[in-house]
Design a protein around this ligand. Sequence first.
Ligand code: FAD
Length: 360
Amino acid sequence: MTPFKAPLDDILFSLNHVAMAGSVTGFDPTLTAEIAHHFAAFAEGEIAPLDAPGDAQGCRLENGRVHMPEGFAAVYRAYADQGWPGLTVPEEYGGQGMDALLLAVTSEVFSGANHSLQMITGLVPGAVGVLNRFGTEAQKAKYLPELASGAALATMALTEPGAGSDLSRIRCRAHDEGGWHITGEKSFISGGDQDLSAEILHLVLARTSDAGVKGLSLFLCPSTRRDGSRNAVQVSRIEEKMGLHASPTCHLVFDGAEAELIGGEGQGLAAMFTMMNHARCDVALQGVAHAARAWDIARRYGDARTQGRRADGGAAVLSDHADVARMIDGMDAMALGGRGIAHLCFVAMARGNSPIWWRS
Ligand SMILES: Cc1cc2nc3c(=O)[nH]c(=O)nc-3n(C[C@H](O)[C@H](O)[C@H](O)COP(=O)(O)OP(=O)(O)OC[C@H]3O[C@@H](n4cnc5c(N)ncnc54)[C@H](O)[C@@H]3O)c2cc1C
């Protein structure tokens, strides 16, 4: 297996010279590069080596709980101890108060090193964004420090068996019974359960009235109730996904689970799309990370394998052949182009604009 090497030069070039991150107030290219090198060293040395064995072993569902592959809990602890979950959490809540631009670096490097694990940790900045924008002071004070320290991870629970692209079909319901309770099912929930963090904060889109998408509200449903018992959220299934066996994409059943309203009733879509926009940019970078990794593997193989002869009669390697070189360059171009577009979205997000439009 070709060891993972973070494409840091390309990432920083794209951020600085393609997406013009310098146009964002407060962006510090030197600090970004320094933090990027620290994260790359961690990803190359500790996260990436778990990728292939983690996929071979996969996560498993036992007695209603998800168990991650060997080594994942330890590397997550190291990730939390080094302060990576708190990058975008405001300093007053225990984080480092960085903007979304740094995530354009760490997300791609993380996905290239271990896409499965990144699917679980990568939802935290979106949850932080939602709480910052829509949470009450009490909710921020309670939940942001947990996310910053890594004690809690977050999920984004929109999709249901009958509601994918069309969220007006959501059936999951929230009832106010002197405190909100959620009942219904959610499908394809990344990190719906895991044994990495002590707490999971499920951000759930649920119906508070029958008024189509205007009847949707956003709730925070912790995996642990106020009295310390487990909340009524069960995993009934982990989806099978080729190459992502270490990422628990869960079918969740909420059975009167205790929850808190985030934002106003009926504001669910606006609040959830703050998180979705982070997730969409992240998904874009996951694609870029795979393209860059595929190029790196192909390039190194092409440079090492001797085959055929050069025009001068000497032994050639694969990449000496023009047609092979053209294909390898094409892979590089795909990664570079995709990265540039994704970085423009991160720049838009850092400026407080929505990078992706959503039509109701
Ligand atoms: C690995 C993985 C992880 C996921 N993680 C999460 C998660 O954490 N949280 C979460 O909430 N969801 C998650 N999802 C679900 C994902 O967001 C949904 O798959 C997505 O919302 C699309 O819904 P769907 O799969 O039901 O597709 P459908 O809505 O059934 O659409 C199927 C296809 O038809 C097209 N289509 C649908 N309607 C129209 C239309 N009106 N006009 C034209 N084309 C249309 C779609 O574009 C798509 O190509 C995950 C999915 C995967 C595969």
